[in-house]
Design a protein around this ligand. Structure first.
Ligand SMILES: [Mg+2]
Ligand SMILES: [Zn+2]
Length: 153
């Protein structure tokens, strides 16, 4: 299995400066549908990996859940779906083991699947979180400009 691990905020959907994606500002970034379709056509397994830090904030949790629905619905219209979705709900202060660049979000997934790491990669807009996770699990990191155009592979 070859895997495209995809960050969410700032990579697939627009991330406002304060870091909270609200339903009323929801916008899929340009190139996302085409890019994901190209990945699918090349047999990639699509895996979302996103840091959210909503625990203790019902507003943040509501925004996350609603905008996930909006994203999945937009992708479904394009005939696309994620194969796996992983998120970390913790804040940095909680010092969990699943917040990127830590590997806890994908440890079980990596254990349970035969991954072709040479063909797999992470697309993200944060060097520390997304690039760090890519290095930690031994796959390439494809850096995107925050809120930029999603690459066509
Ligand atoms: Mg991001
Ligand atoms: Zn966590």
């Amino acid at each position: 299995m070859h895997v495209a691990f995809l960050d969410r905020d700032g990579t697939l959907i627009h991330e406002p400066p304060d870091g909270l994606v609200r339903p009323e500002e929801f916008r899929v970034l340009s190139g996302v549908t085409e890019g994901l379709r190209a990945l699918k056509a090349q047999g990639f397994t699509l895996v979302m990996i996103t840091n959210q830090s909503f625990l203790g904030s019902s507003e943040r949790q509501m925004c996350f859940e609603k905008t996930q629905e909006m994203l999945f619905s937009a992708l479904k219209h394009a005939g696309l779906a994620f194969d796996f979705v992983f998120f970390c709900p913790h804040s940095e202060a909680e010092d969990c083991n699943c917040r990127k660049p830590k590997t806890g979000m994908v440890d079980e997934f990596l254990r349970e699947h035969e991954i072709n790491k040479a063909r797999s990669f992470i697309v993200g807009d944060r060097e520390s979180a997304d690039g760090g996770l890519a290095r930690a699990i031994g796959v390439r990191y494809l850096k995107m400009e925050p809120n930029g155009t999603f690459p066509l592979f």
